[in-house]
Design a protein around this ligand. Structure first.
Ligand SMILES: *[C@@H]1O[C@H](CO)[C@@H](O)[C@H](O)[C@H]1NC(C)=O
Ligand SMILES: *[C@@H]1O[C@H](CO)[C@@H](O)[C@H](O)[C@H]1NC(C)=O
Ligand SMILES: *[C@@H]1O[C@H](CO)[C@@H](O)[C@H](O)[C@H]1NC(C)=O
Ligand SMILES: *[C@@H]1O[C@H](CO)[C@@H](O)[C@H](O)[C@H]1NC(C)=O
Length: 516
């Protein structure tokens, strides 16, 4: 962690703008149950691997879901397990050289495919802008000034060109994630050329590309989007870890939060709404702090400031996400834009009180009010929070059910397999729109897991080792469902809106009666 001082200087420098993305933090453990499940799962995997003969069919781009004939269990091979390719930094002199022992083609063991979850449908919507025009080299050139990374995949290998100063190591962990995707589905990613922005604010505003003489907007990959922007949403870096603030890769982090969540039964949790985060990054957050308990009024909240510099000095002992499942209600409030804290908050089994977000990430558009969270207006935070907590304490079963459903959704949506499948389909659909043949840019350099991870130290390296894909997937990616039908989408949005109006009506009723 020799780089901490530097990172935290970075934090301060960018503090107002960027680190607000994150709001709550905590840490955890919970692996016993998970590892038991994993063991059983793995056992089945081995069993299947032993029974089903491998079919050596390299799958090429454009031939995603080929018709294949299932062979019967005629040739039973025993003890057939997958070879693992862990990070090997032993020949440190050759750190910059990418090893060539990893499989180049994808040989899935299971050839059946399931349809991807519904939230994958947004992939089509996010690429809609370029559906007719396609994506030209000129668009990429014009988008460069908004991007920090240009990533090119040619023949299954990744090349990158960096410009600007990405915050902390967001860029590294994002590249790491894409490298792991290439290891998960070797040889299956098409050639492509894309631009990525790792900051908080959306970059490609719709209003800049309207009117009769408007040019077509450049495609830009980013972690979040909003109604007014065209940024293409992609999973954020924290799925592979946020080393600067000691947040483990998502799989480990989720397992820790689930463990922490088991420590306090729902009924025994503090019957208040909890939030801990850095308020400095947004007006919404500063505003939220006004709802804290004071000698004048009790809004049923417990709000705390997360000072990351101080937390770092203390070794993050008091900022662990897995120790923050102590309240029945947890507040989600956006930072500078979207906040990566959303998934950690939803994972606690507590009912999430969500202050109306303006931004979305790749999965959050499928969250449903009163099913996965309780909606809070940003214009009436304190009153809405107080009512939500009172309601929950008077309808314990319902509040608990909303909390559980939110956590279940996060667990189902955000398995690493789903994350990789989402990335795969997004990149695959994007590549179909390219009007040119991607080539390696002059200044780009080849990157692979070894060149990225072997020169790192401390948590940075640890998280990369933990989140590394050690062998190719044993099955095909899920099958991408078509876009939402416009009517179905409208009905979904209307239903959401109607539910929110219903809650607002209850709120109004509560406060009117309260006053009289
Ligand atoms: C889960 O929580 C228990 C009880 O707090 C703890 O003893 C155990 O180490 C945790 N497991 C993991 C994997 O973090
Ligand atoms: C790591 O790489 C070195 C050099 O290529 C090789 O000799 C060694 O066997 C490898 N170690 C493992 C554990 O694969
Ligand atoms: C909110 O109130 C609690 C209890 O009085 C206090 O411990 C905490 O520091 C307060 N938070 C802020 C942000 O002032
Ligand atoms: C927020 O900003 C104030 C004033 O600039 C500063 O004193 C405080 O330490 C900052 N808090 C955090 C958590 O960054």
């Amino acid at each position: 962690m020799g780089n901490d001082v530097k990172f935290f200087q970075g934090f301060w420098r960018h503090g107002d703008q960027v680190c607000g993305c994150f709001s709550k933090i905590g840490f955890g453990q919970v692996k016993r149950l998970v590892s038991t499940t994993a063991c059983i799962f793995f056992f089945f995997l081995l069993l299947t691997a032993a029974l089903v003969p491998w079919i050596h069919l390299p799958i090429k781009q454009g031939n995603l879901f080929p018709q294949m004939i299932f062979s019967s269990r005629s040739s039973i091979k025993k003890h057939h397990s997958r070879t693992e390719y862990p990070l090997n930094c032993s020949d440190s002199g050759l750190q910059q050289k990418c090893p060539n022992n990893y499989p180049l083609v994808f040989k899935p063991n299971k050839l059946s495919t399931e349809t991807c979850l519904d939230y994958f449908r947004w992939i089509h919507h996010d690429l809609q802008t370029w559906k007719n025009s396609g994506i030209t080299k000129d668009m990429i050139e014009r988008g460069k000034s908004s991007a920090e990374l240009r990533l090119v995949i040619v023949k299954g290998e990744l090349y990158m060109e960096k410009s600007g100063h990405p915050f902390q190591t967001r860029d590294l962990f994002t590249i790491w994630g894409i490298l792991q995707l290439l290891r998960f589905y070797p040889g299956k990613l098409p050639d492509l050329d894309l631009l990525f922005y790792t900051g908080d604010s959306t970059k490609i505003k719709k209003k800049d590309y309207q009117g009769p003489n408007a040019r077509s907007p450049p495609p830009l990959f980013h972690y979040c989007g909003e109604e007014k922007a065209l940024d293409i949403v992609f999973p954020d870096w924290t799925f592979w870890g946020w080393a600067e603030v000691s947040i483990m890769p998502w799989e480990q982090m989720l397992s820790a939060i689930k463990n922490g969540s088991k420590r306090t039964k729902w009924e025994d949790r503090v019957p208040n709404a909890y939030w801990k985060g850095n308020p400095n990054v947004s007006k919404q957050r500063k505003d939220l702090l006004k709802c804290n308990l004071s000698d004048k009024y009790d809004w049923n909240t417990h709000l705390y400031i997360q000072n990351w510099a101080k937390a770092n000095e203390e070794g993050f002992k008091h900022s662990k996400l897995e120790d923050q499942c102590t309240h029945r209600y947890k507040i989600y409030v956006e930072g500078a834009t979207w906040s990566v804290s959303e998934k950690y908050i939803l994972a606690c089994d507590s009912m999430t009180l969500m202050i109306k977000p303006r931004y979305y990430d790749f999965f959050s558009r499928n969250l449903v009010p009163m099913q996965h969270y309780w909606p809070i207006r940003s214009t009436s935070k304190c009153k809405d929070l107080k009512f939500a907590v009172e309601w929950g304490n008077n309808h314990i079963d319902k509040a608990q059910a909303i909390g559980k459903a939110g956590s279940k959704l996060i667990e189902e949506f955000l398995t690493m397999r789903n994350i990789y499948d989402y990335m795969f389909h997004l990149l695959n659909e994007y590549a179909k729109l390219l009007k040119f043949k991607p080539t390696i840019p002059l200044k780009a350099k080849r990157v692979c897991s070894k060149t990225i991870a072997c020169s790192r130290e401390g948590l940075w390296k640890e998280y990369m080792e933990q989140s590394m894909v050690k062998s190719p997937s044993d099955k095909l990616p899920c099958a991408l469902p078509p876009p939402y039908e416009p009517q179905a989408l409208q009905a979904f949005l209307n239903k959401k809106e109607k539910t929110i109006r219903q809650v607002e009506a209850w709120q109004a009723e509560y406060w009117n009666i309260g006053r009289n």
